[in-house]
Write a protein that binds this ligand. Structure first.
Ligand SMILES: *Cc1c(COP(=O)(O)O)cnc(C)c1O
Length: 360
């Protein structure tokens, strides 16, 4: 069977070259005589894999020296708890912007550990935009200010970051890491689960400014303390070794594409092809306010539920899979992460054009 165009929101498509490289090395890695999966995490081979991954990511994202890069487990969702446990430690309060389900879940979890102030929300318009931020509502004494940079379900993204002064900005970039350039120095902490843009599920990357380490709440489990993982270079216990290896291959791939800036350019072109079609279509319609459109997740609808279903079924029969939108938005969603080739987006638009001709 041949590979399909997979528009899944996550786990999602991975670069074919990377899958093939991993396949080649699957049974025997280098001169080790074993698979990466069979290696001790304390072995020299694995240490090299870990440091190579970290250093390549540092280079790609221009991560300054005073930030630690951690490879953890527990997915993006564990960060919803780790962040307050480790950072809500001075005034026991934090500002959150509610831009979708992931932001809401993060805020809800943080409420268990301190006071959460919802600075703004776009819930009243089904999260179809990033809400206007009024800095007079920001709490100058907040321990941190939390945003979700790209909202996977609703297809929105921040194009400008909030000015939070001395309050550390914390960002969930699970569905946008390495898709566009970002100024790390604007953040106290950034994190991303791997399964959207970095590799298989099972590893979570955390980038944290060093001065934020070491103040975890007393009851914080050892495994949920950033300082413990930082001190041990992500080797406090057995890290997700294969996931780290695979993410390292994806980092190499991004570098081969010309780095984040080059990848961003391609992502902008890919997204523009889809959005231009949606803007000119008499049948398909985008659901997001133009200024806040995501480069990674593109939700759209047809005029009736019947047509949505028909389109999804037709697409699937032609090798375009996982286009069904999230149940809270309905319709369709095309997730076009870094690994989705330009030709996949062009082929999708050609399919939509054909569908429009046949169903007007
Ligand atoms: C997928 C996703 C999450 C949750 O990740 P898990 O690894 O499933 O816990 C969190 N935030 C964003 C923006 C996501 O896209």
């Amino acid at each position: 069977m041949s590979r399909v165009y997979n528009f899944s929101a996550g786990p999602s498509m991975l670069p074919l070259e990377v899958l093939e490289k991993a396949q080649k090395e699957f049974v025997c890695y280098g001169t080790s005589g074993m698979s990466v999966m069979e290696m001790s995490h304390r072995s020299k081979d694995f240490e090299e894999i870990l440091y190579h991954a970290e250093n390549t990511l540092r280079e790609l994202m221009k991560i300054p020296e005073n930030y630690k890069v951690l490879f953890l487990q527990g997915g993006g969702s564990t960060q919803f708890a780790m962040i307050p446990m480790n950072l809500m430690n001075k005034n026991h309060k934090a500002d959150y912007v509610k831009t979708g389900q992931w932001a809401s879940k993060a805020a809800q979890e943080a409420q268990r550990y301190g006071k959460v102030n919802i600075v703004a929300s776009s819930e009243d318009t089904t999260f179809n935009q990033i809400p206007e931020l009024d800095s007079s509502k920001f709490d100058a004494d907040a321990d941190y200010f939390y945003i979700t940079l790209n909202n996977t379900i609703y297809g929105t993204r921040y194009t400008t970051l909030p000015e939070t002064g001395k309050v550390p900005l914390v960002g969930d970039m699970s569905s946008s890491i390495l898709s566009e350039e970002i100024d790390i120095t604007r953040f106290g902490l950034l994190y991303a689960g791997a399964q959207k843009n970095l590799g298989p599920a099972g590893v979570t990357v955390v980038i944290i400014r060093e001065d934020l380490l070491g103040n975890a709440m007393e009851f914080t489990p050892t495994m949920l303390r950033y300082d413990i993982h930082a001190k041990n270079n992500s080797l406090y216990n057995t890290p997700p070794t294969y996931g780290i290896y695979f993410a390292g291959l994806v980092f190499d791939w991004v570098k081969q594409q010309g780095g984040v800036k080059a990848v961003q350019k391609i992502n902008e072109q890919k997204a523009a092809i889809l959005y231009d079609f949606l803007d000119n279509s008499n049948l398909f319609q985008g659901t997001v306010v133009k200024k806040d459109r995501s480069l990674m997740n593109v939700p759209f609808v047809l005029p009736t539920e019947e047509l949505n279903k028909k389109f999804i079924a037709e697409a699937e029969s032609k090798g375009f899979v996982n286009l069904k939108g999230h149940r809270t938005v309905g319709g369709m969603r095309a997730s076009i992460y870094n690994a989705m080739p330009m030709e996949g987006v062009k082929a999708l638009v050609a399919l939509m054009e054909q569908f429009e001709r046949e169903n007007k």
